[in-house]
Design a protein around this ligand. Structure first.
Ligand code: PEP
Ligand code: MN
Length: 358
């Protein structure tokens, strides 16, 4: 349930409500909205629900006590009607601007990364991506350069002013990656690695949570809930395709997840058309479709020489292809900005309240 305080509630009244929730062994999670405070009651409320709801409703400064109908609470739009906006260095994600994360699948050498970052930064990417620790299907494939790659990523990020995102695969890697990267990425294979999610809930840097390739949207949001309820509200969701019976593409890109997520949650949504399709020539149309559907941005793989890439060369764009993609993306983004602000199409009109996307 969540407790909506009245616009004029005092700090003491807010604190009294929080104390009453704590006294029940539950956790109060506060969302300071634009005009009023909303407090979510998080934990197993069980049969106490009605009595607790009555008691909180009667407290000074409380306007209403409402059940949260979804299993995900802190990530739901019901609790947090405004879009979450995540700021990291020079980048702002979720404010209606176009976020473009680009870079190689794997960092292979200092030269390869520097050549790539010059190209993607020059073309207008807003965040540099690059894998340091690689989750490979085969133990015989290139596993990444590890900490050496983290150092190159930091150097490339500092040289260009781009924030850096890289994947973390296990709780033991969180500290070192947190030291070098600006955004920590959870890959598809680890979406339900709960000890990793909890460890990421204890840091402050943003976390980009990719959808598990066999996960429902609800399972995905519950995974995000692990991070947020553990204390880190800075979560970005990334749709990267799910496994279906189709074999022409590496995965099947679920574009409907984009408006659906905007309806269900306040968290920003990124789409990765590279891993979704596995084919270079499908990346551009799917990237444009993602932005047309209202995604906050995309993540794409770019390699200066895809034919000799150590991982995912067949889905990596060349720098020239990336530059061309950026031009088209900007055009589509400018075209749809007003459409997503249209009250008829907005999440507010769908009955979830709050602001519309873009
Ligand atoms: C990646 O982004 O490098 C990656 C491995 O993606 P995914 O987890 O979506 O397969
Ligand atoms: Mn890859």
């Amino acid at each position: 349930m969540f407790v909506v305080m009245s616009v004029s509630a005092s700090e003491a009244e807010v604190n009294a409500v929080k104390a009453a929730i704590l006294a029940e062994g539950l956790h109060p999670h506060e969302n300071e909205g634009t005009d009023r405070v909303v407090i979510a009651v998080v934990g197993e409320v069980g049969p106490r629900r009605q009595a607790l709801s009555n008691r909180l409703s009667a407290m000074a400064g409380v306007e209403t006590v409402t059940p949260i109908s979804r299993p995900f609470k802190l990530t739901s739009r019901e609790f947090h009607p405004e879009d979450s906006v995540i700021r990291v260095g020079s980048a702002v994600i979720g404010d209606g601007s176009l976020t473009v994360m680009a870079g190689p699948c794997s960092v292979e050498s200092r030269e390869q990364l520097m050549e790539t970052v010059d190209a993607v930064a020059g073309a207008g990417a807003t965040i540099l991506r690059g894998g340091a620790f690689k989750p490979r299907t085969s133990p015989y494939s290139f596993q990444g350069l590890g900490v050496e790659a983290l150092r190159y990523l930091r150097e490339a990020g500092d040289a260009t002013g781009l924030p850096v995102i890289t994947e973390v695969m296990e709780p033991g890697q969180v500290d070192v990656i947190n030291r070098y990267a600006d955004i920590l990425q959870v890959g598809t294979r680890n979406m339900q690695n709960f000890s990793l999610l909890l460890a990421l809930g204890r840091i402050e840097k943003p976390v980009m949570l990719k959808r598990g390739y066999g996960a429902t949207i609800e399972e995905w949001l519950m995974a995000a809930e692990y991070i947020v309820s553990a204390g880190n509200p800075n979560v970005i969701l990334c749709e990267r395709g799910i496994r279906t019976f189709e074999t022409y593409t590496r995965n099947t890109l679920d574009i409907s997840a984009v408006p659906l997520l905007h309806h269900l949650t306040h968290l920003p949504v990124i789409v990765d058309p590279s891993h979704a399709t596995g084919k270079r020539w499908l990346v551009k149309p799917m990237a444009l479709a993602a932005i047309a559907a209202g995604a906050d941005g995309i993540m794409v793989e770019v390699h200066p020489h895809p034919e000799s890439a150590l991982s995912d060369g067949e889905q990596s764009l060349t720098p020239d292809q990336f530059r061309a993609l950026m031009g088209s993306l900007r055009a589509v983004h400018a075209d749809v900005a007003d459409l997503h602000r249209d009250p008829v199409l907005s999440t507010a009109a769908l009955g979830v309240g709050g602001s519309s996307k873009h």
